[in-house]
Write a protein that binds this ligand. Structure first.
Ligand code: AKG
Length: 260
């Protein structure tokens, strides 16, 4: 699962993947262009309410299947955000750096992993265990499970101190992910644009013109990225220099148990 943290970038040569992490590569997609990407085609449930009594937006395109809702009201989202800021321990030292063509750069955000006992994943060539769950992460995980019926055993936490922190284009296609499982992305703090781009519409050798999809992810929101979205679409959180406030994003995943 090193790719949870060393995402494969466009065109996918290793060097580019590392550039993305360091913010020196294609992460600048849409930088400061609030208009980048089309508003998604959404379908609202007819009665305005769906799973868990929430109002969901269905976001569909070719090979893209996502559902979006505001899961936590403002007061609860504020409380969770404060607790995340107190409780989450982020990687430091070598785990917070990435090597690009032999030169070390800081990852342009902070990261941490939490999960079930006994799981392991690979990061920077090391086999690591996620930290044990803390109550605030269990609370969010359990709420997501209660409204979606999905279970998760791992979470990647990304913290963006302001709009300069970002994540470049990548797919969550790690070998360790349970095949066909969804990824649940829950956001707290500053609202940031999230962009999807179809793999056939990327790079110099792009074969098709497919519009990017831009989704502003609000405080307390949940975005379900369902199969096969990650097989066909790259996603990113581009730089937005006007955003001055921090944001914490939790991506809950189901990863395969470590082979003994
Ligand atoms: O912060 C976000 O919304 C995106 C995080 C992300 O792309 C990931 O965890 O793979």
């Amino acid at each position: 699962m090193d790719r949870f943290l060393e995402k494969r970038a466009l065109g996918s040569p290793e060097g580019k993947r590392e550039q993305e992490q360091a913010g020196t590569g294609p992460a600048e997609l849409g930088e400061d262009e609030e208009s980048t990407g089309k508003r998604p085609r959404t379908e609202r449930p007819r009665n305005g309410a769906g799973l868990g009594g929430l109002s969901w937006r269905r976001i569909r395109s070719e090979g893209l299947d996502c559902d979006y809702t505001v899961l936590f009201g403002k007061a609860e989202a504020d409380e969770i955000f404060r607790e995340l800021e107190r409780e989450v321990e982020y990687f430091t030292g070598a785990l917070a750096k990435v090597q690009v063509f032999g030169k070390w750069h800081s990852v342009p955000r902070k990261q941490a992993t939490y999960g079930d006992a006994g799981l392991t994943y690979t990061f920077s060539g090391l086999t690591l265990s996620p930290k044990p769950w803390v109550p605030v992460l269990e609370r969010v995980r359990d709420r997501v499970s209660s409204v979606t019926g999905q279970t998760f055993n791992f979470v990647l936490v990304n913290r963006y101190k302001d709009g300069r922190d970002h994540i470049g284009e990548h797919r969550d296609d790690e070998r360790e992910l349970a095949p066909g499982s969804p990824i649940a992305s829950v956001s707290f703090g500053a609202c940031r644009d999230f962009l999807f781009r179809h793999k056939d519409a990327l790079g110099r050798s792009r074969s098709r013109r497919l519009e990017a999809i831009r989704l502003p992810l609000a405080h307390g929101s949940l975005l379900m990225m369902n199969h096969p979205t990650n097989a066909h679409w790259y996603h990113s959180l581009p730089v937005r220099k006007k955003v001055l406030a921090p944001r914490v994003n939790l991506t809950f995943r189901k990863i395969l148990p470590t082979r003994k």
